[in-house]
Design a protein around this ligand. Structure first.
Ligand code: NAP
Length: 253
């Protein structure tokens, strides 16, 4: 493929939040974007935002933890947009609880969406990247990978994604495919709103409290993460692979 042809990107969990901002940003970078989420109808808003700005996008309903759905979704993207060579594994869920209260099902749900989902999506897409001798995979880790009270499942999954990313970088590098992870700190989305609800704080108050702990003294926005993902998926980032970039308004200890 010549670099002047439009590359096809898949962004999972792109109906809202970080995934939606990333889909919009990648479309601004000239990519055709598959906006993938659990509910195809929920992807409509992101798709319309992209097409209204003159971009190309497709809504795809898929549970990333279901192998048959992932294979069908990728086949549909190939048919309707073209072979995907950019993949952003962003779909995520929380099932927070302290260890002694966490159910095995809450553990499994988080592992299945984050780890199994990233594995299934990467496996289904990699052959198109290898054929094209070009690929960019970005996995969404988190500052919680360093450990976070009440998130033993999520922290393990997000740390696991860092090992997954480095291994993809080693296996796929010779095919022109890079793999990197972006690890956000506090970003204003439905996910952090759900955490505020869980701890019984108003969302504004929760954000203000978080901002005081962040060196740049503000909370993050989805676009802050989309910017980092745009860098890693760029044509010029081919020598950057296996890295974890914390995007958290400062260093984390
Ligand atoms: P969000 O607003 O909750 O959006 C996540 C999206 O993923 C939702 O649209 C959700 O769909 C979708 N999704 C959930 N399970 C799925 C599945 N099995 N298959 C396909 N899609 C699925 O979350 P966000 O804050 O934008 O987070 C995006 C990513 O960044 C996640 O991986 C998250 O862990 C990570 N992250 C976020 C923060 C933060 O502060 N927000 C910090 C660090 C890392 P439904 O609505 O239908 O469930």
């Amino acid at each position: 493929m010549s670099t002047t042809e439009q590359r096809v990107a898949i962004v999972t969990g792109a109906a809202r939040g970080i995934g939606a901002a990333t889909a919009v940003r990648l479309a601004e970078e000239g990519r055709a974007v598959a906006v993938l989420d659990l509910d195809e109808a929920a992807c409509k808003e992101t798709v319309e935002k992209i097409t209204a700005a003159g971009g190309k996008a497709l809504a795809v309903g898929c549970d990333v933890s279901d192998e048959a759905q992932v294979e069908a979704a990728v086949a549909r993207v190939v048919e309707e947009l073209g072979a995907p060579t950019i993949l952003v594994n962003n779909a995520g869920v929380l099932r927070d609880n302290l260890l002694f209260k966490m159910s095995a099902s809450d553990w499994d749900t988080v592992m299945n969406v984050h780890l199994r989902g990233a594995f299934l999506m990467s496996k289904a897409v990699q052959k198109h990247m290898v054929d094209a001798k070009f690929g960019r995979i970005v996995n969404l880790s988190s500052s919680s990978a360093l450990g976070n009270r009440g998130q033993v499942n999520y922290a393990a999954a997000k740390a696991g994604l860092q090992g997954f990313t480095k291994t993809l970088a080693k296996e796929l590098g010779k095919f022109g495919v890079t793999a990197n992870a972006v690890a956000p700190g506090f970003i204003v989305t439905e996910m952090t709103k759900a955490t505020a609800d869980r701890v019984g704080m108003g969302f504004e108050e929760f954000q203000a409290a978080a901002a005081t702990q962040i060196p740049v003294q503000r909370v993050g926005r989805p676009e802050d993460i989309a910017n980092a993902i745009a860098f890693f998926t760029g044509e010029a980032a081919g020598f950057v692979s296996g890295q974890v970039m914390y995007v958290a308004g400062g260093p984390l200890n």
